[in-house]
Write a protein that binds this ligand. Structure first.
Ligand SMILES: *[C@@H]1O[C@H](CO)[C@@H](O)[C@H](O)[C@H]1NC(C)=O
Ligand SMILES: *[C@@H]1O[C@H](CO)[C@@H](O)[C@H](O)[C@H]1NC(C)=O
Ligand SMILES: *[C@@H]1O[C@H](CO)[C@@H](O)[C@H](O)[C@H]1NC(C)=O
Ligand SMILES: *[C@@H]1O[C@H](CO)[C@@H](O)[C@H](O)[C@H]1NC(C)=O
Length: 451
């Protein structure tokens, strides 16, 4: 964004001709100025220009809670243990750490995420700083007044640290946990510059916050440009194939989906399916089914194909992007058996393996997440955290578009849970209950799909 800003600043060329960095500095000032004085201006739109109307985080909504008087303290900090596991466990854990710091009216020192997907071997988790994957400054800008991230260099006294041991075990109830947090707001603990929370990864902490608070934090988490560009490349590949498949697709047909999209540029729709059928998942979900006495958690490949094929009103032909686990990438059978008009692509036949191979697990997953988030239609498993967070963000997008009836058949950005039967033998429509009082359903799966 900074470099393209240079073009627009040429009118004052005599000042800037020499140095690019001056230009960047100026572009930065312009952005800051815009942020301060034109809060409605979409300068901080998401990286996908084609969807700026949609992915942009509306600053007025982000800031609605803040309105200056409730700023987070910048001279008191919280440190949390390294965040681990799947991308979406990490996002949830990060948001929970932010909300914990908010409760203490403290800045969260930028935490370590984990680049690799090891569950047990803690020494192999490959710590990676949050700001290597997501934009630090933009996070603070978008979440200004709500939660705040800080850097270790902001701490003035490195030894003025209070170690707060999180309790664990059955006796450590949510009430006790909340009580402990509230005590930390008071003398003598509050006096310390840094509160270092010791114990489990924040994903395992008790939850005390409503879904809409999580949604607010999640919307401030924006990929760094380098990774965002990789996601753009994958999405363009999918859309390019869409053009070849369906050359007659025209503007009328697409904008006919609903009127809200007419302001957007013509796009070829695509469906993203988060297909959870790998062995590990199947073992896990069978266990969950037994434990919870439910039958609608695991979906076989066949069930996914059939239900996605039966989505009511789906315009065909269409490209179907299959987001699958690594172990399935060599399994060509996932490309077979789709209903006529649904043309399946996975990373390999899409020719994007090279993009993914360059990165560790966390970033590969973050790219796939973006691809699913931006799909015109998304289908996932309501017991998967990955799918659930996508459904949450897509619901949030619809709210920002002013959609009233999320469950309406013609709504933009519909999501479906293929593990639950919906109308006409299709998958069940899925939106997130934004009024829920905690993140339980999203963290651990649910068959309550709010539609
Ligand atoms: C947090 O601290 C700031 C600065 O002391 C104060 O202005 C603000 O009201 C506090 N916010 C809350 C929620 O207590
Ligand atoms: C830093 O904090 C420690 C512990 O609270 C305190 O003993 C020490 O005097 C502080 N140092 C400075 C320079 O304030
Ligand atoms: C955005 O739209 C332009 C023009 O329609 C197109 O060339 C470009 O590939 C699109 N980008 C993405 C990421 O879809
Ligand atoms: C499991 O669910 C079935 C049908 O809903 C019910 O009949 C059965 O009693 C349940 N079993 C247990 C152990 O809850």
């Amino acid at each position: 964004m900074g470099l393209s800003g240079c073009k627009h600043l040429r009118f004052s060329g005599y000042l800037l001709k020499s140095l690019t960095c001056k230009c960047l500095l100026l572009a930065g000032l312009v952005l800051l100025f815009r942020a301060l004085f034109f809060p409605k201006f979409p300068a901080f739109a998401g990286f996908d220009a084609n969807y700026s109307v949609v992915t942009q985080s509306d600053p007025s909504s982000s800031l609605s809670l803040s309105n200056a008087e409730s700023q987070i303290r910048e001279d008191k900090f919280v440190v949390v243990p390294q965040i681990a596991w799947g991308l979406n466990n990490q996002k949830i854990a990060f948001a929970r750490a932010c909300l914990t710091a908010r409760m203490m009216n403290r800045t969260l020192l930028v935490p370590s995420l984990s680049a690799s997907l090891f569950y047990k071997e803690v020494d192999q988790l490959q710590p990676i700083s949050f700001d290597k994957v997501f934009q630090f400054d933009k996070f603070n800008l978008l979440c200004n007044g709500f939660v705040r991230l800080g850097r270790y260099s902001d701490v003035s006294n490195q030894t003025d640290v209070f170690e707060l041991q999180k309790g664990s075990g059955r006796k450590w109830t949510a009430e006790r946990d909340l009580y402990q947090l509230k005590q930390s707001n008071k003398f003598p603990v509050d006096r310390y510059e840094v509160i270092k929370i010791i114990g489990k990864n924040p994903f395992l902490w008790h939850d005390h916050w409503p879904v809409k608070d999580y949604a607010k934090v999640l919307e401030c988490i924006i990929l760094v440009d380098k990774i965002a560009k990789e996601a753009d490349r994958v999405v363009s590949k999918i859309r390019d194939i869409g053009k070849k498949v369906n050359p007659r697709t025209n503007l009328d047909k697409i904008s006919g989906v609903n009127s809200e999209s007419s302001a957007l540029q013509p796009q070829l729709p695509y469906v993203a399916v988060h297909m959870r059928i790998e062995k590990d998942w199947m073992i896990h979900c069978k266990k969950v089914e037994q434990r919870s006495n439910k039958t609608q958690i695991c979906s076989s490949k066949q069930e996914i194909l059939e239900r996605v094929g039966n989505i009511v009103g789906l315009k065909t032909p269409t490209v179907v992007y299959l987001a699958v686990a690594d172990t399935l990438l060599e399994d060509h059978s996932i490309l077979n058996g789709w209903r006529e008009g649904l043309i399946p692509f996975a990373k390999k036949n899409l020719g994007v393996m090279g993009i993914y191979k360059k990165y560790p697990y966390l970033i590969q997953s973050a790219i796939d997440y973006e691809v699913c988030l931006r799909a015109d239609v998304f289908a996932g498993n309501s017991f998967s955290t990955f799918s659930s967070l996508i459904a949450l963000e897509r619901t949030h997008k619809m709210i920002k578009l002013g959609v009233k009836d999320f469950c309406d058949r013609d709504v933009r950005w519909p999501s479906y849970a293929y593990n639950i039967l919906g109308e006409s033998k299709g998958p069940h429509r899925w939106t997130t209950d934004m009024s829920a009082s905690n993140l339980q359903a999203i963290s651990y799966g649910s068959d309550d799909l709010a539609c």
